[in-house]
Design a protein around this ligand. Sequence first.
Ligand SMILES: Nc1nc2c(c(=O)[nH]1)N[C@H]1C(S)=C(S)[C@@H](COP(=O)(O)O)O[C@H]1N2
Ligand SMILES: [Mo]
Length: 159
Amino acid sequence: MNEVLLKIAGAVEYPAEFSFADLAAVDPRQQIVDVSQIAAGRKGDAVRLAGLLALVKPKVEARYLNLHATADNFHASIPLNAVTEKAIVLYRLDGQPLTVKAGGPIRFFIPDHKACHTDEIDECANVKFVDTIELAATRGFDNRPHDEQEHADLHAKEQ
Ligand SMILES: Nc1nc2c(c(=O)[nH]1)N[C@H]1C(S)=C(S)[C@@H](COP(=O)(O)O)O[C@H]1N2
Ligand SMILES: [Mo]
């Protein structure tokens, strides 16, 4: 439970590493127990991105969130402003870290991505197996699918 599952780095005052226990110990006001309350059909418990950012303190120049999933080499870079108050980090399912099948151990999630009103934010930015969240001044590497074909190919690999 003390293994590092998530790093937050880049343009922040206090880069940090979080284990399952660290995430569970974040301020209860930043915890969402049972995300189905805010994301229909989704399961598990999460901590608000805002709660994590409050700990690492983004520098003023931070404008983008670069989400990295080393496990399958999937990366997304999205505008920070649009998601600061919405995004959540799912980390617990039935009292345990999320299974890989559920996109775990950690999954970044934007409950109402359409409300962000930017093409840069879509459901593909709900990065599974996310291990590093990097804050940056400019847009970073992003290999989300660009068209229907790429999207279909990616989903075909899922099972
Ligand atoms: N690490 C990782 N995260 C990922 C993907 C992926 O291939 N790898 N696919 C993305 C895409 S394209 C979509 S649409 C959503 C699908 O997640 P869901 O099946 O939970 O709705 O996950 C996103 N997160
Ligand atoms: Mo997607």
